[in-house]
Ligand binder design. Structure first.
Ligand code: ADP
Ligand code: ADP
Length: 226
């Protein structure tokens, strides 16, 4: 279960630049929310505040009804996938996925089960012993997804996860992420500047401009698309 509320959230960097300006949003459990809008409109900042990687200047963040403004990032039930979520080059695919769990002292057998399950879901089973440099771009991006999946988090934050991939792979990974959402039944908040990604993946689209929500609705409502 993962429900988020942002209430009158503001983010100020330095003295007077308002990156996020009175942001109000209630994200329901299992929604696939996509943030779109021009570069600099505050999408990443909002995501980073939800993740606890950036402080909230003013306003409230509630996760499952509880105030989370001051909850350390590591204690939030959140997994993240970024555009440049670098894999460790010297570690195998298996160890890249296992690493975060090892740090958290998850028992070895459970790590093994979770990594193998993620590899199965993502078609990475044949590659577990390879190093990242011996993988294609799409496979690497799947490993980055795998690292998020093994966390068993209820909330996924994805910041332009596909923008480094070529057009064909983007289409394929789009479908895979949608499938993953169906399968894991998690809440996803996804940032992109790609309108097609938003249209094909979102249950709701949030259009941002100058730190504010300009429009919010289904793909149909926002883009006249099904
Ligand atoms: P988007 O993700 O939509 O491109 P960002 O959230 O990255 O937008 O940025 C929103 C605004 O905040 C921009 O004006 C940007 O320059 C500014 N900003 C982002 N990060 C920082 C930072 N660490 N320090 C100062 N200003 C920042
Ligand atoms: P988390 O979601 O907590 O970051 P990870 O498995 O991704 O879990 O990473 C575990 C730890 O390793 C975290 O402290 C994270 O900051 C760090 N880490 C993750 N990826 C990298 C990386 N590519 N380079 C350096 N440190 C990393």
């Amino acid at each position: 279960m993962a429900e988020l509320q942002l209430q009158h959230v503001y983010k100020k960097y330095g003295k007077d630049s308002l990156a996020v300006d009175n942001f109000n949003l209630h994200i329901q459990d299992k929604e696939f929310i996509v943030f779109v809008g021009p570069s600099g409109c505050g999408k990443s900042t909002t995501l980073r505040m939800i993740a606890g990687l950036e402080s909230i200047t003013e306003g409230e963040l509630l996760i499952n009804g509880d105030r989370a403004n001051d909850l350390p990032s590591k204690d939030r039930d959140i997994a993240m996938v970024f555009q440049n979520y670098a894999l460790y080059p010297h570690l195998t695919v298996y160890d890249n996925m296992a690493f975060g769990l090892q740090l958290r002292k998850v028992p070895k057998q459970e790590i093994d089960e979770r990594v193998r399950e993620a590899a199965r879901i993502l078609d990475l089973e044949p590659y577990l012993k390879r190093k990242p440099k011996a993988l294609s771009g799409g496979q690497r991006q799947r490993v980055a997804l795998g690292r998020a999946i093994v966390r068993n988090a209820q909330i996924f934050l994805m910041d332009e996860p596909l923008s480094n991939l070529d057009a064909k792979l983007r289409v394929q990974m789009r479908a895979e992420i949608s499938k993953l959402h169906q399968r894991l039944q998690t809440t996803i908040i996804y940032v992109t500047h790609d309108q097609t990604e938003a249209m094909t993946m979102a249950s709701r689209i949030v259009v941002m401009k100058d730190g504010k929500i300009q429009q919010i609705g289904s793909p149909m409502q926002v883009y006249n698309a099904p």
